[in-house]
Write a protein of this length. Structure first.
Length: 416
């Protein structure tokens, strides 16, 4: 078949239409595909996770008074089996027992926790809190784009991979909205062309001839097609994780597994967002066992597998776990917890100053709570993210990412 510009565009239009939405249609990326900084992975616990039962203040007597049925037993409580007790971290805070798989990463200094963390918003509305957190603002004013989208835009476009940002799930996360294309997917297979059309094998050669007079465009077109070809060869089902890692058979486990695969493939992935639903535990939340324990077990197993799998790459990876707000300190009549305010964040990575809990602890005595009885926020979540963006991802303009916000350094990221 003889290709001209008109013939190529006509015959290949249907092929190009099948390319992922992030691909800028013949305005392809330049040959360099390595990420300019580290890789950021954001895990969002949708529904407002009860971080008081995840990162347990077992040294706070008020915690046990307020939660007679849901509180996680102290590490030294011999009246319950060891498997049901809090896994102590520093004598005051500990992990829910199902998060114990994170202890090796904690001991290695690769996990940091930030308690009493969250947004200034006190609406306790899922929709509003998630919108503000993903936009990176604290009110109705400010940009409509997402904080990750603005971070990517601040880095510029030149010479970077088209596979910069992905969101696992059925819809693109609001945090990724912005001028830099990103895509939502359920599986790496979503990227595959499948080779069903006869023009697919001839498209690279045709493009090379078509743009032979423009070396830069020809190179960038070929580079993007090379990435598509490399993605075709990535099979998440046959992938064998490193370090004896075993991912849970869940949507979170699948997303983390595929994120690790993409990082190892060195295709220029800069940001991956993963959503985990089901954290709105108003009824029958459970304590050491039950509904939330199952959710935390999946989270702990997934993060531990991700850490073990990427042992050789962990110095360039930073993973953040966040939720839109926390839960009420006092348990309710349905043996659950209602919408609260302060929560916590988990940060995992090889360049994290881990092995400690950050943030000023406000206390859980009645006079120390805010609103109808909630943990106060003493650390704005943006302070955590800003430090990661600046020191791990090379963000040159934090003001554009988090407008009208001055971050106080926490020291959570190693800068040497």
């Amino acid at each position: 078949m003889r290709f001209t510009r008109r013939a190529l565009l006509s015959s290949a239009a249907s092929v190009l239409a099948t390319l992922p939405t992030w691909m800028p249609r013949l305005a392809f990326a330049a040959p360099e595909t390595a990420p300019r900084g580290g890789t950021l992975v954001c895990v969002f616990l949708r529904g407002a996770a009860d971080m008081l039962n995840a990162i347990v203040p077992h040294g706070e007597a008020a915690y046990y008074r307020q939660r007679p049925f849901l509180a996680i037993p102290r590490p030294d409580d011999r009246q319950v089996a060891a498997r049901l007790r809090t896994a102590d971290l520093d004598g005051f805070f500990g992990l829910h027992p199902t998060l114990a798989p994170l202890l090796p990463a904690w001991a290695a200094g690769h996990v940091a926790l930030v308690h009493a963390c969250g947004t200034p918003d006190e609406s306790r509305s899922h929709f509003r809190a998630m919108e503000l957190m993903e936009r990176g603002v604290d009110g109705d004013t400010g940009p409509a784009s997402g904080w990750i989208g603005r971070h990517l835009a601040s880095l510029g476009d030149g010479g970077r991979s088209p596979l910069r940002a992905i969101g696992f799930g059925t819809a693109l996360q609001r945090a990724l909205y912005g001028p830099v294309p990103a895509t939502a997917l359920r599986s790496i297979a979503d990227f595959h062309l499948g080779g069903a059309l006869p023009t697919v094998p001839t498209l690279p050669t045709a493009l090379a001839g078509l743009y032979a007079g423009d070396e830069q465009l020809a190179a960038t077109a070929q580079s993007t097609l090379d990435i598509v070809a490399r993605l075709e060869r990535l099979d998440p089902l046959s992938y064998r994780p490193s370090g004896g890692a075993t991912y849970p058979e869940s949507e979170l486990g699948m997303a983390l597994r595929q994120t690790a695969l993409l990082i190892k493939a060195d295709l220029g992935l800069e940001v991956a967002c993963i959503d985990v639903d089901g954290w709105d535990t108003h009824i029958a939340q459970g304590g050491s066992e039950g509904l939330m324990a199952g959710l935390l077990s999946d989270l702990g197993a997934g993060l531990a597998a991700f850490h073990a799998d990427l042992a050789a790459q962990i110095g360039g990876v930073t993973l953040v776990v966040m939720s839109e707000f926390g839960r009420r300190v006092t348990e309710n009549g349905g043996f659950g917890t209602d919408h609260g305010h302060g929560g916590a964040m988990i940060v995992l990575g090889g360049a994290i100053a881990g092995g400690r809990v950050y943030g000023a602890w406000p206390g859980l005595e009645p006079e120390q709570l805010i609103g109808p009885g909630d943990l106060a926020v003493t650390t704005d979540y943006r302070a955590v993210l800003a430090e990661i963006l600046q020191h791990r991802l090379g963000c040159p303009d934090l003001e554009s990412v988090f407008p009208d916000f001055a971050a106080t350094p926490l020291g959570i990221v190693q800068t040497r």
